[in-house]
Design a binder for this molecule. Structure first.
Ligand code: BES
Ligand code: ZN
Ligand code: ZN
Length: 482
């Protein structure tokens, strides 16, 4: 989909459709003409969020159709709402084969953050998880999206394109089934992306991990015939001072989580192909950052493994020695994400990273706690937490801070090793975070549990069902606004 900007007056814009917003409880904007005024009068259209109405051959417009999208109450309207509204327009118009969509940015919202949100919304809505359909249900495409606005929005639109395409790259990876995306193939995709965008990429193989002593990661990998990979992608800005902060983005990359010997029930197990969504998110963020060029160095680390119950698989009761030297008693092989992250966290610190942010589909418990609408946020540093929350708010990605008190660490005590890999029945998302914290130690760190938000179980009016690409935009903002 091509993205362009025009300052042409809306009646002059040639497009398959001109799309505009209308707010709840207000009179029709001029661009809606008598048609929209009529719809509002009869009550056929009220302006509630996601409501739409479509007119063919609108009088006085060069566009072939006119679409109105409800924008909800003006007082509650934010860039996040703009992102959704533009997405709704795209998803309504795309199956009709309109070719070109013009999105009217009203005068009062002619600001960079609204322009950026509208373009992101359109590109994200354009994504289809149909790679493996030989007959595409939606063969129709939107070829061009025109942002109709007064002002200079070239750089806002360019940033939107970079960020949304990076998020779609993440979604493509998450969508891949595990037979087509194992740890080695994920590493290849990371390498190709890094080469395309001028980033440095290094992949540690099993032998190297053995030399280093990454016993926690290797223990998870040993039940699968697929070898593990620790993917490292580096962005280094020109002329950064020696003592510059250095951000690590660490993403859980379990390409399939069967649970291992503590095997999962078969119902829903197919979803565990998305257990690498955190890894895909940090790679997507790097793809965007390579183009946007933040002023601090950023290193992505993706520990990639397949968690399988093969003949060599680790067993409950096994004790492994992590890269940090700390020993871990494995009480449940399905709590594997924290094990691979532990070694990646230690390695990130050894690489000189001063601030750590991880994203992981870590626990079912976070879904119990927060449902599917908020990412769970854990941190050991109020300053970094505030930065991440601000980045998330600006990105329109909902996140909710969770507690991480000392009491939870108590639940990981075992007489047989330094730590065990699970707590008790309660507060499972928090004990998982407490486990990670043990390896983070004093380095400022934030952990994002995305188990409930990385996969949309149902389509939304502005997004298809499937991978969401969550945390890509937050990570991009975090690095860019440092
Ligand atoms: N990958 C899962 C967590 C998960 C659950 C992700 C649902 C997405 C949707 C993780 O590795 C896991 O299995 N966690 C266990 C931990 C338990 C054994 C302590 C869980 O949440 O049940
Ligand atoms: Zn698991
Ligand atoms: Zn998992």
């Amino acid at each position: 989909m091509r993205i362009t900007v025009t300052e042409q007056p809306y009646p002059e814009i040639e497009a398959g459709a001109l799309a505009l917003m209308a707010f709840e409880g207000e009179t029709a904007p001029a661009a809606g003409g008598a048609w929209l005024a009529g719809l509002l009068q009869t009550g056929e259209f009220s302006g509630k969020s996601f409501e739409t109405a479509l007119e063919y051959h609108p009088e006085g417009l060069k566009a072939k159709r006119r679409l109105v999208v409800g924008a909800g109450k003006r007082s509650a309207f934010t860039p996040a709402e703009m992102r959704k509204a533009a997405g709704v327009a795209l998803r309504v118009l795309k199956p009709k084969g309109v070719g070109t969509v013009a999105w009217l940015l009203p005068e009062e919202f002619a600001k960079a953050e609204f322009a950026q949100a509208a373009v992101e919304g359109a590109i994200l809505a354009d994504f289809e998880p149909d790679r493996y359909k030989t007959k595409k249900e939606e063969a129709k495409t939107v070829d061009a999206f025109i942002l109709a606005a007064r002002g200079d929005f070239a750089s806002a639109v360019e940033r939107a394109r970079i960020v949304a395409e990076a998020q779609n790259f993440t979604r493509e990876l998450v969508h891949e089934p595990s037979n087509r995306l194992n740890p080695s193939l994920l590493a290849e995709r990371a390498r190709a992306m890094a080469a395309e965008f001028g980033l440095d990429c290094e992949v540690l193989d099993r032998d190297r991990m053995r030399q280093l002593g990454m016993g926690a990661l290797l223990g998870v990998a040993q039940g699968s015939v697929e070898p593990p990979a620790l993917i490292i992608v580096r962005y280094q800005p020109n002329g950064a001072p020696e003592d510059s902060p250095h951000l690590a983005l660490i993403g859980k990359g379990v390409t399939f989580d069967s649970g291992g010997i503590s095997i999962k029930p078969s119902e829903g197990m197919e979803k565990m192909k998305y257990d690498m969504a955190g890894g895909a998110a940090v790679l997507g963020a790097m793809r965007a950052l390579a183009q946007l060029k933040p002023s601090i160095p950023v290193t992505a680390l993706v520990p990639a493994v397949e968690n399988m119950p093969g003949g060599r698989a680790q067993r409950p009761g096994d004790i492994v020695t992590s890269l940090s030297g700390k020993t871990i008693e494995i009480l449940n092989t399905d709590a594997e994400g924290r094990l691979i992250l532990a070694d990646a966290i230690t390695y990130a610190k050894r690489l000189g990273c001063t601030h750590l942010a991880d994203a992981a589909t870590l626990t079912g418990a976070i879904v119990v706690a927060l449902g599917h609408f908020n990412v769970g946020v854990f941190s050991n540093d109020d300053g970094l937490l505030a930065k991440v929350m601000a980045a998330a708010r600006a990105a329109g990605e909902k996140m909710w801070p969770m507690p991480l008190d000392e009491e939870y660490r108590e639940l990981l005590k075992t007489p047989f090793a330094d730590i065990q890999n699970i707590g008790n029945r309660w507060g499972g998302a928090i004990t998982a975070a407490a486990f990670l914290k043990e390896f983070v130690e004093d380095t400022p760190w934030v952990h994002l549990d995305i188990a409930g938000t990385a996969w949309l179980e149902e389509a939304k009016p502005f997004l298809p069902k499937g991978p969401s690409g969550v945390t890509v935009r937050t990570f991009v903002n975090l690095a860019m606004d440092w």
